[in-house]
Design a protein around this ligand. Structure first.
Ligand code: NAD
Length: 348
């Protein structure tokens, strides 16, 4: 029991950034609360082998801010926060580490709710939940959020396809899924069932083997994504995949995927638009998981989360119409909608 929770200087516009350390349990984590204007902050916990604390801080702050936007847009009565554990999830993670993380979340007194993200499973959250009331996405409660995320992304992809190609019939449409994890594999299954011509990539051979054997997917090397000819690009690994270089090389007309913070910089939305590529804002399309988690936080039933999941694709359709009519980027329309919500509540 050697947990220490230390406040670090939060970036401007952020409410709180803490470092949680427990040498005995091998825990080194950062928890960031971006905003609680609309309610307690909620956002997953990611475990990743960051190069150092600065890299982890950059990631956790970007992700926490994204959660404010995602939760606001999905109308969940929640603010934005996120946590990251520094380490290799396949090698370093232990139940003791997750329990220490749970104690750190508890120390924040309910200002932040945590759940699964990359590298963290419902079983891991169950360990954390032994130490905190503020761990959600638990088996036996709302469960793994990933299938909800995948379903939301799939529906938005259909909406995007209808807008871009004039039909949401995916038969024969080449869709590249980057990252076959909890969300990507589920999405790939839905795409295969809808008749898409599936191309997949991952850094783990086993996921690729399943996708080729079960779904008849073609495989591309992780480094060759932007050389592929495709209709739709579905980034479902990590963020920052759209850069100046990849935006110039991408051969897709639609981008719709689960990864958070897909654009390395906001300005890339303009480059994509200039190339005739429709980008569906990540935080709008990937809200299915947090919707599921929110149902647990608020004690709501399945009908509540289904109704909110149904709302995602409708918002995307509205954004696409507005973006077309006003000659603007979808990201600008989405950010403007959230900005108004936050301002309205701050003023109130
Ligand atoms: P995951 O860890 O289960 O899957 C990520 C997959 O990406 C893994 O299979 C990994 O091997 C692969 N990968 C990593 N680097 C890669 C690379 N360079 N090229 C190709 N593949 C690579 O994570 P997940 O839960 O499926 O989440 C995927 C993305 O969606 C993340 O960005 C996450 O933040 C975001 N997201 C997830 C949820 C959710 O409900 N799980 C909700 C919202 C957003």
């Amino acid at each position: 029991m050697t947990l220490t929770v230390t406040d670090l200087k939060a970036p401007e516009g952020f409410e709180r950034l803490v470092r949680a350390e427990d040498a005995e349990a091998g825990l080194r984590a950062l928890i960031c609360i971006h905003s609680t204007v609309l309610g307690p902050a909620a956002g997953g916990c990611r475990m990743w082998a960051y190069g150092g604390e600065a890299e982890a801080i950059e990631d956790v702050t970007r992700l926490a801010r994204g959660m404010t936007y995602k939760n606001a847009m999905a109308g969940l009565g929640l603010g934005g926060g996120k946590s990251v554990i520094i380490g290799d999830a396949r090698r370093d993670k232990t139940p003791a580490m997750m329990r220490a993380f749970g104690r750190a979340v508890e120390a924040l007194g309910g200002r932040y709710y945590t759940a699964e993200d990359v590298g963290i499973s419902p079983e891991d959250m169950a360990h954390a939940a032994r130490e905190t009331r503020f761990a959600v996405g638990l088996s036996g409660a709302s469960g793994d959020p990933s299938p909800w995320t995948a379903e939301g992304v799939f529906r938005c992809l259909l909406t995007g396809a209808a807008h871009v190609f004039g039909s949401d019939d995916l038969r024969g449409r080449r869709v590249l899924v980057q990252g076959l994890g909890h969300v990507g594999m589920d999405l790939a299954r839905k795409l295969a069932a809808a008749g898409a011509d599936l191309v997949v990539t991952d850094i783990h051979a086993e996921a690729l083997r399943i996708a080729t054997a079960d779904l008849g997917a073609a495989v591309c090397e992780p480094g060759a994504v932007f050389e592929q000819q495709m209709d739709v690009y579905a980034p479902c690994a990590l963020g920052g995949v759209i850069t100046d270089d990849s935006a110039a090389r991408l051969r897709a007309r639609l981008i719709c995927g689960a990864a958070n913070n897909q654009l390395a910089t906001p300005a890339l939305a303009r480059s994509l638009r200039a190339r005739g590529i429709t980008y569906l804002p990540d935080y709008v399309v990937n809200a299915g998981g947090i919707i599921s988690v929110a149902s647990e936080i608020h004690g709501k039933d399945d009908a509540w989360r289904r109704a909110r999941l149904d709302g995602i694709a409708g918002r995307v359709a509205e954004m696409l119409v507005r973006a077309g009519a006003e000659g603007r980027c979808t990201t600008d329309i989405a950010d403007e909608m959230v900005g108004r919500m936050l301002q309205g509540r701050s003023a109130a």
